[in-house]
Design a protein around this ligand. Sequence first.
Ligand SMILES: C[S@@+](CC[C@H](N)C(=O)[O-])C[C@H]1O[C@@H](n2cnc3c(N)ncnc32)[C@H](O)[C@@H]1O
Length: 301
Amino acid sequence: MRWLQLSIQAPPEYVEPLTYLFNTHGDSSASVEVAGGYNPDEGEKPDPTAWVVIRGWLPLDSTTQSRKTAIDVGVRLIKHLVDLPELEEKVISDEEWSNQKFRPIKVGKNLVILPRSAEYKPNVNDVLVELDPGLAFGTGHHPTTLMCLEEIEKVIRSGDNFLDLGCGSGVLSIAALALGAKHAIGLDVEQQAVTSSLNNISEAGFENQATILWGSIPHPQLNQKKFEVIGANISANVLIELAGPLLSCLQDDGVIVSSGVLETRLCDVTEAFRAAGGEVQSTRQIEDWTASTIIRVNGLV
Ligand SMILES: C[S@@+](CC[C@H](N)C(=O)[O-])C[C@H]1O[C@@H](n2cnc3c(N)ncnc32)[C@H](O)[C@@H]1O
C-alpha cells in the first residue's frame, strides 16, 4: 500500500485545528515536528513562537481525493486567519509511512508507551501508557524519559503518591498510575504541557487520580504534601536550584527519580542534592544523558 503524505508549516497556535483536520480526514496519526537547536541543560528553551511542521497521511485509494479536498477546504479557512504556505504532498511507501510514525515502544519490564492511534495487541503483562504528546515533551523515545520510566517501574508501589515535576506530556504520571500509584500531581511551567498532560491523563482514564497544575515547587496547592516517588526529568540547572524543595516534598523513605542531566553536569547535581540533605543512590547513562535515584538522609532535610 502507498500513502499520500501531507505536510504544512504553521505557528504553534494553529497545531490543534491542523492536526484535527489531518486526523479526521487522514489515518488519525498526525504528527507535529518541533524545531530543535536548544540545550535544556543550559537553561535554554524552545522558542515558543517557532513554527512547527504538521504531517498527516492519507491512504492512496479511491477515497484519497475526497479526503484531500476536505483538508484543502479546512486549510483555506485557516488561511483567512494566518498566512500559511501551501500544503506539501509526497507519495510514500508503507515502509516509509511506518518509519515516520510514533510507534509503540516497550520500556523496562512491562511498560508499553502506546500512541493512541497505534494498532497494538497487548500481551498479558503489558502495562499500557497511552499517549498523544502533541507539542509537549515526552513520547518515551528520548533517553531521559526512557530511563525515568524504567526507574519508576522499579520503585513505585501500589497506593503511592507520585509527584511529576516538569510533567510535559504527562507520560511519567500515566506510567506511575498505570503501575498502581494512588494519585499523581503534575506541575509544569509551560501551559501547553499542562494542556497536553490533562488531555493525555483524561484519555488514559486517570482523570480522577491526577491533578495537573501550572507552575513549579514550592507550589501553594501542594500544601506541604509528601510523596513516596518523585519524577523530575528537567535539567541540571533546575535540579540544582530545586534540590532542597524536591527533598522537602519527599516522604522519609521516598525516592526521587531525576533525569535530564548531561554527563558533564552530573557532579554539580549530585553535590547540590548532597548539600540539601539527600544522597544519590544510583546513576545510569544512555548516550550523554544520565538519570539518578536520590533518597533523603534522615534528619538533614
Ligand atoms: C524534558 S521535559 C520532561 C517531560 C516528561 N516529564 C518526560 O519525562 O518526558 C521537561 C519539562 O519540564 C518543564 N520545566 C522546566 N523547568 C521547570 C520548572 N522549574 N518547574 C516545572 N517544570 C519545569 C518543561 O516545560 C518541560 O515540559
